[in-house]
Each structure stands twice: as C-alpha cells, then as structure tokens.
Design a binder for this molecule. Sequence first.
Ligand SMILES: Nc1nc2c(ncn2[C@@H]2O[C@H](COP(=O)(O)OP(=O)(O)O)[C@@H](O)[C@H]2O)c(=O)[nH]1
Ligand SMILES: [Mg+2]
Length: 223
Amino acid sequence: MVQINVSNKEITLKVVYYGPALSGKTTNLQQLHAMMEPASRSKMLTIDTKDDRTLYFDFLPVEFSTAGGFSVKMKLFTVPGQVMHKSTRKVVLAGADAVAFIADSQRSAASANAYSWRDMEANLKANGIDFDWLPKVVQFNKRDFPDVKPLSEIRQQWGDIATFPGIAVRGEGVFETFRELMRVLYRSLDEKHDFAAKFSVSEEDFLKGVLCNFQPSGDSVDG
Ligand SMILES: Nc1nc2c(ncn2[C@@H]2O[C@H](COP(=O)(O)OP(=O)(O)O)[C@@H](O)[C@H]2O)c(=O)[nH]1
Ligand SMILES: [Mg+2]
C-alpha cells in the first residue's frame, strides 16, 4: 500500500507486472529500463533468472519529484509466472498499488491467461487487496505471432479494463501500457487519499514527473 510520509514529503508506491509464464513481463520492465536516461536510471534488478525464466522477481525503481515538492519512489516488480511459484507471486503482490496484467495474445495461451488472472484475483484477496478497486491495465503482448486473437474480440471480452496491444520484444506498446497504468494509479490515489488537495500533487504533475523519466522509442501497435 502506498506509504506517505508527510514530514519527509515522500511517497512510496508499488506496481506489479503480473501474468502467465513467458508472457513478456520481464521484457516490459527491461524495455522501460532501456527507455530511461542512462545517466539517471538505477539498475534493474533481476533476481534468479534461469534460461529466460524469472524464478523470483525483477525490480526497477523509478524516482521523481512533483511540482508540490514531494519525492515519489515508484517500485516496479514482475512476478514469476510458472504455476509452481504461487507463493512468490503472493509475496510480490502484497501491498500492490496497481497492476499491469501482461497476457500472451496467442490463442494457445488463452487458458494460461485465464488461470493467471484468477490466480491474481486469489492472491490479491489473500493479501487483503480489493480486486475491483485495484487500478489495472491489460497488455495483450506478442502481437507478432501468427495465431493471435483479434483485438476487437479481446476488447469485447475485457469490457471496461483498458487493454493495449504489445510487441514488447520490440518495445511496442510498452510505454502506452505504462502511461495508462500511471493514469489509473493516480486517479485511484486521488480518490482514496485526496492527493491533489492534501499533497498538492495534480494528475498533470504526477504524470509529467513519472513519464519524463522515459524516452519512448517503440511505436504503438495497431490493428
Ligand atoms: N516474438 C515475441 N517474443 C516476445 C515478446 N515479448 C517477449 N518475448 C519473448 O518471450 C520470452 C519470455 O519473455 P519474458 O519477458 O522473459 O516473459 P515473463 O516470463 O513474462 O517475464 C523471451 O524470450 C522474450 O524475448 C513479443 O512481443 N514477441
Ligand atoms: Mg520474467
């Protein structure tokens, strides 16, 4: 949960990239890391990776200051998607303020996506986080594969939740997903904690502050 230290003017936030194994969560974080100014970015931490597989988690910190003088520490995490790492996912999800769900667009991955979504719901619940309230966005990654679900079908299925197509391996859709996640995160913080009034952090300040850390290079995917 968001930690707000009014005397130090410090806000700490946790954002989790969730989804089935190999959907592109680590790649999303790597691409975000690559978009950051080399001089000011911190290291991306990847804990225990073996043959492409995240065994524990990835961690990327993003820090910025708002016009109102608050310093924001945003911690981005990924979870390991393999079924056997359920307990790790639960730990990583604890205290999450927002979630990006990275789905694999291939038709063959539909049941893995569905399983992971339910697993996320259960783990949020186990952590005392209200699923319906939690700000979230969904990325349908791997649009470059031949047998993918059409976006129109996906959007129909997912209704209200913002969905973005992605080819994370080329950086496409990564920034768009993150930007929308930041927007819904801000709105939920403002609703719960009256951010704009209490901490003089407007939506514009917040988005400008966080997004100016990134120089997007990948295009968005269409169709
Ligand atoms: N073709 C293709 N490969 C991708 C894409 N995104 C990720 N990958 C590859 O899929 C594999 C798994 O990605 P990774 O980010 O490690 O998945 P994670 O398990 O969700 O963290 C890696 O080999 C990536 O390079 C994509 O959009 N298209
Ligand atoms: Mg990974």
